[in-house]
Each structure stands twice: as C-alpha cells, then as structure tokens.
Design a protein around this ligand. Structure first.
Ligand code: ADP
Ligand code: MG
Length: 373
C-alpha cells in the first residue's frame, strides 16, 4: 500500500497541510514539538481510526477548532485506488469513509490500509503490564483477521456479563444457570482466541530473531513466547476449578484476558537484562516481523512509520536498519527525526533516495523529492 496524498485540517498542531509522498522513503525533520509525531500520527489515524498515542479524539482536535479532517489517497500494491476520510466534530462525533461511503462500524476499516508503527512509546511493550502487550497483539491480528476482532469483542462482552453476575451471586449466593451459559460461550470464544494468538506468535518468533540479529549484530539470542493458562489446560477445566475463587474475587480470574507475551534476551527477561539499545532493537525487530507477516498474508506492504528514528539507536544499528528497509522490501516508509543533518548523513552513507519534509510549528513544507534526489 502507498499513501500518495495526505490532507490534514486542524489535527493537533497542524492547522492545514496538503502533501504528496514518494512511494519509497519520506522523512520529516523539525525541532522538538514541531509536529513530526503528529504528522506520523495522522497517517496512523487514517489506518486505525484512532491516534496511536493514548489521547481522545477531542485532544487530537487543534486547540480552538471544532472539527478535524484527515484524507488519504492510496494506491494498493494490487493497483486499486483507495480514498479514506476521517473526520471528527465536537458535536457530531467521528466518521470514517472509504471511497466516499461511510462505515457503519469503524472496525470494518481496520486492515484496509495496513500500517506498522515504531515509536519511542513502544518501550511500554517491554516495561508495562501485560495488557499493553495484549493490546498490541490484538491490534496486529485485527488488521489481518476480521473474525478475530469480532470474537474478541464478543469475548469481552461475555466476560463483562460474567463479572457482573459474579458480583450478584457473591452477594445473593447460590448457583446459576446463566453462569453455565456464559461459561460455555467464554470457553468457545477464549479457546479460539488462544489458538489464533499462539499461531501468530509462532510466526513472529523466528522473524523477530532474524531481524534482531541483523540489526543488532548481537551474539545474544532474542525470543518471544506466548504465555497463556490455556496453553497447558482446557479452558473449561480452568474455569471450573477457579469458580469459587472467582466468586470470592467477584471477577473472572482466568482466561485469555490474562495472557502475556514473554520477551527474552540471552535467556533472560528483556525488561531487566536488556540495555535500552537492545530493547529498542528488539522492538524494531518485532515490528519488522509484524510488517513481513502482514505483507505475506495480504499481499499488501503495510505503511511503515518510524517515529524518532534515532531514539536509543547508535549509528551502526541505524545504518543496518536503513540498509534493511531502504532497499524497498518494506514498501513505503515514513521517518521522523529532529536532527536533519544526521538523518541525511545516514541516508547518504547507505545510498538510498528519499523525500524530505520540514516541519516548523505545525507547518509542513517539502524540501526535496526522492525523484529529484
Ligand atoms: N490538540 C492540539 N492542538 C494544538 N496543538 C497541539 C495539540 N496537541 C498537541 N499539540 C502540540 O503539538 C506539539 C507536539 O508535536 P509533536 O508532533 O509531538 O512534536 P515532535 O515534532 O517533537 O514530534 C506540542 O507543541 C503540542 O503542544
Ligand atoms: Mg515526536
């Protein structure tokens, strides 16, 4: 997939922009706070119907404006043209249109324009609790598998019902037929989610290791594995044996909502034993693995967004990353960095062409087109 044109109106600090992109590498440079991340985020928004930062739509609305609008013109690798519009109004809420037609459900848009984002915020995946990793995994699989997203939404609904019921039962006591019905649904949905997650992590595992060793030239082996109670025991058994505990706790203490992805380097937890540079390289490798799987499965190269390229990477690793992605194997790429001259020197050292955009206070201007480079 290639983003050919992007229009922005009143999105964060960008009041207005009309941009045309190269089908290869596009770089955004500008000082801190200029709007680089906001620009990258607008591209993410058009794919995922939401900001990649944990902000509400209202917070993405430029101060003082009462609506924002993003529009992207894409050409798919299969030659299709796609036009996507996302708009948000204070009063009227959010609307997403594909080729002029409004979606009834935003979730139907996920996957139409696949995207993979690498950003400094990714360290959450290493440092934070398991729900961050599950959120990432869910977003990844949802771009590929509509069925998965639908099942996940149903699972969460049933889980919420079951938790409400546990509260009622623990207050009023006694057994309940409804509980059996909910358990049956939870088992069916949870087991399906467990299988799908296991399958994707199994595919991510060798690719992540391969990209890591290329970028980091590290002797340390990295590994990701899927941790789930459902890997070892039937969900039915787990729910049964935890019924009393659930009643006491008043919520469902087991299930795929407790899953995790375990990340290791040299056999030890990445969070504790990986240096910042190793963690960053790991995360980039994981995202490139994700990119490759999406491309293989859909035949569409996702847009690759690399926000703050130099974040925690030394020049050697960076050059290997550019050497890897700059050959075209990763499709269209959007890169941001605050230091223009070091960015240019890395590209020149790697001999790749790129378009260059300067951002200042939310104003974006094109300073070099890849074709003319
Ligand atoms: N809703 C908004 N309206 C106007 N400005 C905003 C809004 N949200 C964020 N900003 C501004 O955007 C700037 C940050 O832009 P960002 O893209 O993160 O910069 P960087 O170029 O460093 O990545 C800050 O100055 C912030 O005040
Ligand atoms: Mg930034």
């Amino acid at each position: 997939m290639k983003l050919q044109k992007l229009s922005i109106l009143s999105f964060k600090n960008i009041s207005q922009a009309e941009l045309e992109f190269s089908s290869g590498i596009n770089c955004f440079t500008g000082s801190n706070g200029a709007g680089k991340t906001n620009l990258i985020d607008s591209i993410h928004y058009l794919s995922m119907c939401k900001s990649s930062l944990s902000v509400t739509d209202t917070q993405s609305l430029r101060h003082g404006a009462d609506f924002f609008m993003l529009q992207g013109d894409y050409s798919s690798d299969g030659g299709r043209h796609e036009s996507v519009t996302c708009s948000f109004k204070h009063s009227g809420g959010k609307k997403v249109k594909r080729n002029g037609k409004e979606y009834e459900k935003l979730s139907d848009h996920i996957g139409v324009v696949p995207v993979v984002l690498v950003s400094p915020a990714d360290v959450f995946l290493v440092n934070e609790a398991a729900d961050e990793r599950r959120r990432w995994l869910n977003a990844f699989i949802s771009q590929l598998d509509k069925h998965y997203l639908a099942i996940l939404i149903r699972y969460n609904n049933v889980l919420a019902q079951r938790n409400r019921l546990l509260k009622q039962l623990s207050e009023s006591g006694g057994g309940n037929e409804l509980m059996e019905i909910l358990d049956d649904q939870l088992i069916m949905l949870g087991t399906s989610i467990n299988r799908t997650r296991a399958d994707y992590i199994e595919r991510l595992r060798p690719l992540t290791a391969e990209y890591y060793s290329f970028i980091a030239e590290d002797r340390e082996q990295v590994e990701i594995t899927y941790r789930s109670e459902l890997n070892d025991r039937l969900f039915e058994e787990i729910l049964k044996s935890n019924r009393q505990k659930d009643l006491v706790c008043q919520f469902t203490t087991s299930g795929i909502h407790r899953d995790d992805i375990v990340m290791k380097i040299g056999g030890f937890p990445l969070k504790k034993y990986g240096s910042q540079g190793q963690q960053k390289s790991f995360l980039i490798a994981l995202k490139l693995a994700q990119h490759r799987i999406i491309a293989e499965q859909t035949g569409e190269q996702p847009l690759l967004l690399l926000d703050d390229l130099f974040d925690k990477l030394d020049v050697n690793r960076l050059e290997r990353l550019i050497a890897l992605t700059g050959k075209g194997d990763f499709g269209q790429i959007f890169i941001s960095d605050c230091n223009r001259s070091r960015l240019i020197s890395v590209f020149d050292a790697c001999g790749v062409k790129y378009s260059l955009f300067d951002i200042e206070d939310g104003d974006v201007t094109v300073t070099q087109k890849a074709e003319e480079a």
